[in-house]
Every structure is written in C-alpha cells, then in structure tokens.
Design a protein around this ligand. Structure first.
Ligand code: GLC
Length: 652
C-alpha cells in the first residue's frame, strides 16, 4: 500500500482493520491465560535422554509479568522464578505463543516456515555447481580453439577451486558455531577459538554478530534458525533487567544471550536449559546495546522477504516487539536533533572510543529500522500516532544527516571559512563549529572526487573520523542520497590503501594516537592505535560493503575486497580483526574462528554470486519522503523567525 494511503487512512482513523491488538486483547481475555511452558529438562544420569517436556504445572512456580498496556496492548510477558531470579522459560520457538494477523481470535499460531525450507534449493550447492561449470566451460573453450590453456586461465581456475574450498570450510565452521536450545538452533556463538584460554563472553550469541550468520542461513534456504532467533530474542526483550536498582527502557533487546544448562529446582538428577540474556549489565563497561533492537527489526524484514513467510512479522507479539523498540527510540527527550542520542560503546564499537552523542552507525541503523518497521507494521487504530512520529522522524533524520554530516572538498572549504558565534535563526554555522577543528590529516586526506558522512556531530564539535559501518549502512538504507552514496564509494576507491590495504575493512580512519588516545579511550590497551576498534581492520565488514556496492551497481569494488580477504582469512584461521595501518597482523587480542568474520565472508560471496538477493537488506527511497524532504530543504537554512506555523507536519 502506498505510504500516502496509509497515512490518510491512519489520519482518518479509517484504516482497514484486519486485526487490532485491542481486538486480540479483548478476545483473549484481560490477561494471558496461564500457559503451559515448555521446559527443556534433562535427566543427569541419562544424558542422552534429552526431552522437550511441556509441563502445565510450570505455571505454579512462575510469576508471569504483564507489562503495562501500550495503547491497550498488553501481550508481553517475562517470567521470574520463585526466588525472583530472572530466567528464561525454555520454550521451543514453535510454541512461543502468538496470534496471527488473520486469526486475532486466540488461535495459537501454527508454524509453517518449515514448508519453505523444503522448497528452497541449497545455495551452496548451486554456487559450487556454478564454479565447476565455469571451469568446465573454460576447459571446453580451450579444446575448441585448439590452444592450451593460458597461465591466466589456469590461475583463474585454481583461484576458483581455492575459493570454493574456503567457502566449504566457512560453511562447516559456521555450522559448528550454532547454539542449540531445547534441541533447536537459536543462533551462533561469537567465536569458537580453541587457542584462546579465556572465553570471556565470546561463547554467547550476540545479536549483532548473528546478523551476517542469519543472512547467510537465509540465503542458503535455512530459515528455521533465523525464525527461532527472532522469536527467542523477542521473549528476552521483556526481561526484567536492572543494574544497581535502575532499569533501562522496556523495548531494549539484549546484547547477547547464553544457553545455560542449570540444575532443575528440587530435582538433583535433572537439568534444564535456560536462555540467559545480557543487556549490558554484565558487559565490559556496562553499556546498553542500542543497535540490537535495530538489527533485530532489519533481520525480521529480511527473514520475511527471503522466506516469503510473513506470518512471523504479523504475529501480535512480534508487532508489539517492533512497537516497543520504536517507542523506546522515538520517546521525547531533551533533544534538539532528530538523531538518536546514545552513550559511548552502544554499537559494534562497544567500548570507549569517543563516539557518544549521535554516532553515524546508530543513525544509519535507526533510519534503516524505521523504514523496515514502516513496511511491517500492520495498520491499526492504535498505531496511528506511532506511524506519524515514525514518518516525521524519517524525514527529519535524513535531512539532518544529508545536510550536516556530509563532507567533501567543497563542504570542507565552506567549514574552513565559517563565521562563528552566529546568534540567529538563519545562521549558516548552526552548530558553531570552529574552523580550527579541521584536523590537519583531513586536509590532505580528502580526495578531490568523493566524500563521506562524518562520525558524529555535536555543538561545536564535528568528529571527522571516517566510520565504515555507518557510511556503508547509510548507502544500504538510503539515508545518504544517490550522489552521496556514489561519492562514498568513490572515496573508498580513492583511499583503498588506507581503508582496505591488506585486509578489508578498517572500522574507522584514522586511529586515535598520543594524548588524544589517552584521553578519549581512557588509555585502553586493547584500543591502541591501529588495533581493534581504534583503526583495526574487521573482515566482517565485507558483507555490508558488498550490499552497499550491489545497491549502487558497483559490485566490482566488493569483489576486489573479497579477493584481498580470501588470500588470508582461512590461512589465518578467520580472525576477529587485524592490526596495523595496513591490516598486516592478526590482531593482538583477536579471537580466531570468529563467527561473524566467517559469516561476513560467506554473505559477501553469496551476494556477489546472486546480487538480486541483496534486496532483502536494501531499502529504497520512496517518493513521498523525497517530497517532504525537499520541503524541509527549501525552508532551510534561512528559516524566518516567527510564531510556530500551524501544525506543519509531513504526513507521508
Ligand atoms: C567485540 C565487538 C562487538 C562484538 C563482540 C562479540 O566486543 O566490539 O561488536 O559484538 O566482540 O564478537
């Protein structure tokens, strides 16, 4: 349905009511019936006897927390045991109760995702077959013209063989990293490094780390693991979480979770599996992962697009989950900017690196998640305000980023000549940026052709560092304009030696050094210059690079990067990150067999072989947004002072 239509219907309150949370709520009673939870219990003595048991008596020992109604919706629950300790009831995803959009009458959702699996081919086999066919074809060609194969042809053939060997290894390793809960695959652990003495939390399923794994599985036609992941993490969203008596917002998704086997209450001979989430209360630095919920929405859309199974996103509990994330992100605060204000370390860079404020990575994911959610939210009365807020935010956010985060030679020169201390409504230098802030490295680094979105913008502060993930995802999500997106790729090509060199892809450029490093990172020995988050090279970024290049119809850039990575990744045992300015060394504290390095490579390969599949991740600009945006641009930067115009909202 066109966005304009949706808005009009919402505005009129006359939207089609396929279902509504109110209806579902009324029909299923004022509170959820005491449901029987499936618990995964195992007799210790009979280790092999792993059984899924549905014990209705579980309800007796469990407090079910109903969360306050959000516009009359109250469908989420979390459980605590009799001691008040949070733990997850082991439910198989198939039985994680939900109502389909159509039913809305209390019928439990019946799983049908499995059917999709059987009808889909195995992408890996298809690709391998493709490579073999090409080799055969090469061979035939040589025979037909009577000439022996040239050195180049032999080399190409060998490279193809080598790359399919690497792919096979990657698939095996990815499979080995799968975490099971009650016998079902629910995610992949961050790393399975046999050489590392301290596991830390790398044996957990990280939400952000699972995204490339999930995409790889989707592209391969293995949908169950993604579906289970989506539904189980959704259950964790409602968890009671506190740190020193303080609870973060309800829509928060965990950074990671671990499948634990614990002794069963009152039975010495049995164990049960529980999902133990970490919302940042145990994480190093105690940061809440803002990106988790945003990635979750992006993956949910990709799942629907790839599998064709829309029943997951239509479930009431999933719809409520989306709304909870949105409400948390769209809540009013003290902000003057439409960008999301977050603390340092709340995304892929999860420790102090001076990215607090409005980091680009979060803004790109936020924008992407808003667009994905808009596509998936079922129109209903209760969502009109939310949809309106979402649309207004999309417009304001894209204007803000495109206008104020963009930098190229021309803009740099403008900043260089900025006047400061402009008190007025029509200031050009709105954020009072002092030209002296332009770092000397940037003056030499900025290519004549190309540009990028800066890392962060605050009053009197522009963080000029180039952050890869934010720039790549701005292309994918369409947060950057088409021209800007091409310019970002131009810059990547021009600065290949800095951003790719011996291993794709630098997480940020340049590294913090000297006193700046001391002050900003707090002397973090893991984030020394050109290491880890401080200018280290992360192979996982290959997949985002590939999606961005495919979107702009320039896949050859990604193919070149994959070729560089392929030379070392398997040989080096799939490191988490590389160190030094050119990415020559395996990172000082880098894990080996890091799952998202493996999955990132696989996704890049799968998408390059089948670029059309990238559309499950890409969002295109829609014309209503463009129109509303051009209105915003026309009225800026010289906005006249005066009374607030009467309710000028952009309803798209
Ligand atoms: C590191 C990364 C983080 C990742 C985690 C698990 O802490 O910074 O983004 O999720 O490792 O791999």
């Amino acid at each position: 349905m066109a966005t304009a239509e949706v808005a009009l219907q919402l505005y009129d309150g006359a939207g089609p009511q396929f279902w509504g949370s109110n209806i579902g709520y009324r029909k299923s009673g004022s509170s959820f019936p005491c449901r029987s939870f499936e618990r995964c219990r195992k007799k210790r003595v009979l280790k092999s006897m792993k059984s899924l048991k549905c014990l209705s008596s579980s309800c007796r020992g469990i407090r079910i927390h109903q969360f306050p109604c959000i516009n009359g919706v109250s469908h989420r629950y979390a459980v605590t045991d009799k001691f008040g300790l949070s733990h997850c009831q082991c439910q198989s995803a198939d039985n994680v109760g939900g109502l389909t959009a159509e039913s809305g009458n209390g019928t439990w959702f019946v799983d049908n995702a499995k059917d999709f699996n059987s009808t889909n081919g195995n992408v890996r086999n298809f690709l391998e077959l493709g490579a073999v066919k090409e080799l055969k074809h090469d061979k035939e060609l040589h025979h037909s013209n009577g000439n022996p194969p040239s050195d180049k042809t032999i080399q190409d053939g060998m490279n193809k063989g080598k790359s399919s060997f690497i792919e096979n290894e990657a698939w095996e390793l990815l499979q080995e990293s799968v975490a099971y809960y009650c016998g079902s695959p629910v995610g992949t652990i961050a790393a399975k490094d046999p050489t590392s003495s301290s596991v830390l939390n790398y044996d957990q399923v990280f939400i952000r780390d699972f995204i490339p794994s999930g995409i790889a599985f989707l592209l391969k036609g293995e949908y169950d693991i993604v579906r289970n992941f989506i539904l189980h993490t959704l259950q964790l969203q409602s968890w009671e979480k506190t740190m020193d008596c303080h609870s973060p917002g309800q829509g928060l998704m965990p950074a990671s979770f671990k499948v634990r086997t614990v002794p069963l209450d009152g039975d010495d001979t049995a164990t049960e599996e529980v999902l133990d989430p970490d919302f940042g209360e145990a994480a190093i630095g105690r940061v809440a992962p803002v990106d988790s919920g945003l990635w979750w929405i992006i993956l949910l859309r990709a799942y629907g697009k790839c599998s064709g199974d829309l029943s997951v996103q239509e479930r009431i509990d999933v719809q409520t989950g989306i709304k909870m994330i949105l409400r948390l992100c769209l809540a009013d605060g003290f902000d003057m900017f439409p960008t999301l204000l977050v603390t340092d370390g709340s995304c892929m860079i999860d420790r102090r690196m001076g990215i607090h404020g409005h980091p680009l990575e979060i803004q790109a994911l936020f924008y992407s998640a808003l667009l994905c959610a808009r596509e998936m939210l079922a129109p209903e009365d209760g969502s009109a305000d939310l949809l309106r807020a979402l649309n207004n935010r999309l417009i304001a956010l894209s204007f803000h980023i495109r206008e104020y985060y963009w930098i190229d030679m021309k803009k740099l020169n403008e900043i260089y000549r900025y006047k400061t201390e402009e008190y007025s409504y029509d200031a050009v230098n709105k954020f009072n940026i002092y030209p002296d802030q332009i770092s000397p490295w940037l003056v030499g680094w900025m290519p004549n052709k190309g540009g990028y979105l800066i890392g962060n913008l605050q009053p009197a502060h522009m963080d000029f560092r180039f952050f890869s993930l934010g720039n790549l995802w701005s292309i994918v999500s369409n947060l950057a304009t088409t021209d800007q997106s091409h310019a970002i790729l131009d810059l990547m090509e021009a600065k290949w030696a800095d951003l790719v060199a011996d291993m794709p892809f630098k997480i940020c450029y340049p590294a913090l050094d000297g006193q700046e490093w001391q002050i900003i990172t707090g002397c973090d020995p893991k984030n020394t210059p050109w290491s880890y988050h401080n200018g280290g090279s992360w192979p996982t970024l290959l997949w985002q690079l590939t999606v961005a290049c495919i979107k702009m119809n320039r896949p050859e850039i990604a193919a070149k990067a994959v070729e560089v990575a392929e030379k070392r990744l398997s040989r080096d045992k799939w490191p988490e990150y590389y160190d030094t300015k050119r990415g020559r060394f395996i990172g000082k504290q880098s894990r080996l067999f890091q799952t998202w390095s493996i999955a990132g490579y696989l996704v890049a390969k799968l998408l390059l072989a089948n670029p059309g599949a990238a559309k499950i991740l890409i969002t295109e600009e829609d014309s209503e947004l463009i129109n509303a945006l051009s209105c915003a641009i026309c009225s800026s930067p010289r906005r006249k002072r005066g009374p607030k115009p009467s309710q000028k909202t952009y309803i798209v």
